[in-house]
Design a protein around this ligand. Structure first.
Ligand code: PGA
Length: 265
């Protein structure tokens, strides 16, 4: 099975409508279509709709950064997965900023994953340990809990379509992150797939896509993309800079083309 590499831009709470439109325009100019690369943009809720009209769907897909787990009702200020259904392919769920700043619990994340699937939106479930948990050697326990609870209501058919992003919180710029070494990330990727294997069997563990979600830019992306079992990257700060983000996509492009060349030899 040949899985496409997923390069996701999380614009977080940045860019108004015209700035977002301009960034999309610049990315469109620089990014070329590759059959094995999927580029996903996660703009703010406000700009999803106008971007969905502007976007070249052969090049980009859209993701929501969050949504409410109920489909409708008296939840002032919220937007549901049901409302996003015809706008986005993906939804980022359980990002560390949501878990930490908005106190999203394991149960909330579980309910959002279920709501996303119920509404035909592919969940991009973020998991990761904080700096203290990392230093105290709790990484595997934290990831285990986040995986088991996040997937609690997911069927074995749906899990294969899902995406898990491993974002060590200590390696995210928001939290003063330092760069993680790809060699330190590889065993964690294996651990994540093993957890999925324990829950759903080897086929699901192979098919589920696992991304690296700590800080990356155009200089460092390839190191992570080359980790065996890494299906892509979730990019924060660098995704707001069209040179850096298109550079990350180009790294994936070059890597895949080199692999193609080698397999032809
Ligand atoms: P960063 O964010 O790239 O700005 O460190 C990464 C993330 O939030 O996943």
């Amino acid at each position: 099975m040949n899985k496409r590499k997923l390069i996701v831009a999380n614009w977080k709470m940045n860019l108004n409508t015209s700035q977002a439109s301009m960034l999309l325009h610049r990315l469109h100019e620089r990014i070329r279509i590759h059959r094995d690369i999927e580029v996903v943009l996660a703009p703010s809720m406000l700009t999803l709709q106008p971007l969905s009209v502007q976007i070249d769907r052969r090049k980009f897909r859209l993701a929501a950064q969050n949504a409410h787990h109920k489909d409708e009702g008296a939840y002032t200020g919220e937007v549901s997965f049901t409302m996003l259904q015809d706008l986005v392919h993906y939804a980022i769920i359980g990002h560390s900023e949501r878990r930490i700043y908005f106190e999203e619990s394991l149960e909330t994340v579980r309910d959002k994953v279920a709501a996303s699937i119920r509404n035909d939106i592919t969940p991009l479930l973020c998991i990761g340990e904080t700096d203290i948990e990392h230093r105290e050697g709790q990484t595997r326990q934290v990831l285990h809990d986040q995986i088991v609870s996040g997937l609690a209501d997911v069927s074995s058919t749906d899990v294969k379509e899902m995406v898990i992003a491993y974002e060590p919180v200590w390696a995210i710029s928001t939290f003063g992150g330092k760069l993680a070494k790809p060699s330190d990330i590889k065993p964690i990727f294996d651990f994540i797939r093993n957890q999925v294997k324990d829950l759903y069997g080897p086929k699901a563990a192979k098919e589920i896509r696992v991304l690296y979600g700590g800080s990356v830019d155009d200089q460092t992306a390839r190191g992570y993309l080359e980790i065996e079992g890494c299906d892509g990257v979730l990019v924060g700060g660098a995704s707001l800079n069209y040179v850096k983000f298109s550079g990350i996509v180009s790294s994936a492009y070059r890597m895949l083309n080199e692999k193609d060349d080698q397999s032809e030899k």
